[in-house]
Design a protein around this ligand. Structure first.
Ligand code: GRF
Length: 209
């Protein structure tokens, strides 16, 4: 049984989708060990408590990035977390944090990376006029929205779209993509070759430069 640790800052729909995917058997042999937010008022924390999960607020205010990250990492270790899933976590992780979970931190981003990293990716894509956008689940490295790509889903931009309808359809795909990516990473049958995820029969992730 693998322990997931979810980090979020807001409504937590990706967290709910992960929890539902576990309950439905789409992510075998996994459980959510802890949900952590840097914001005590995050809706996702409340949802986690309602679902009977351990939900912790670890506020970042008044702390340096590394001080805050150390508290979060301590909590993740206390709950024996194997895989960290960023789900709308609106903070950059320090390099130190990333090094504590090598190839064991996932993030979801609402664009087809490397297009439109950073904030408000859906609006950026809409304003740019792309005909296709989507979402990306990737391993977290020390750069923003940058690590090796595990799963991408495409979403066509319709003539009738506005940035909200586009964001809604991307979100539906996010919920599917995240569960698929977690399953792939937990199975571990891949290698990262350069930036590429390549399927293999190996049971452990091997990092090749
Ligand atoms: C999602 O669009 C995700 O891609 C981005 O932040 C948003 C979080 O939404 N990183 P939610 O809190 O999971 O509903």
């Amino acid at each position: 049984m693998k322990n997931l640790g979810i980090l979020l800052s807001g409504r937590g729909s990706n967290f709910v989708a992960i929890a539902d995917s576990i309950a439905a058997g789409r992510i075998p042999d996994a459980r959510i060990a802890v949900v952590i937010s840097n914001r005590a008022d995050a809706l996702g924390l409340e949802t986690a408590r309602h679902r009977g999960l351990t939900a912790l607020a670890i506020p970042s205010k008044g702390k340096t990035r590394e001080e805050h990250d150390r508290e979060v990492v301590t909590a993740l270790h206390e709950h024996k977390v194997d895989l960290v899933c960023l789900a709308g976590y609106m903070r950059l992780l320090s390099p130190w944090f990333v090094q504590q979970f090598p190839a064991r931190i996932l993030n979801i981003h609402p664009s087809l990376l490397p297009a439109f990293p950073g904030l408000e990716a859906q609006q950026q894509a809409f304003a740019y006029g792309v005909r296709v956008s989507g979402c990306t689940v990737h391993l977290v490295d020390e750069e923003l929205d940058h690590g090796a790509i595990i799963v991408q889903k495409t979403v066509p931009v319709l003539d009738t779209d506005d940035e909200h309808t586009l964001a809604d359809r991307i979100l539906e795909q996010e919920h599917i993509a995240y569960a698929e990516a977690i399953k792939i990473v937990l199975e571990g049958k891949f290698e990262i070759v350069g930036r590429r995820m390549v399927k293999s029969q190996k049971s452990e992730v091997e990092l090749k430069k």
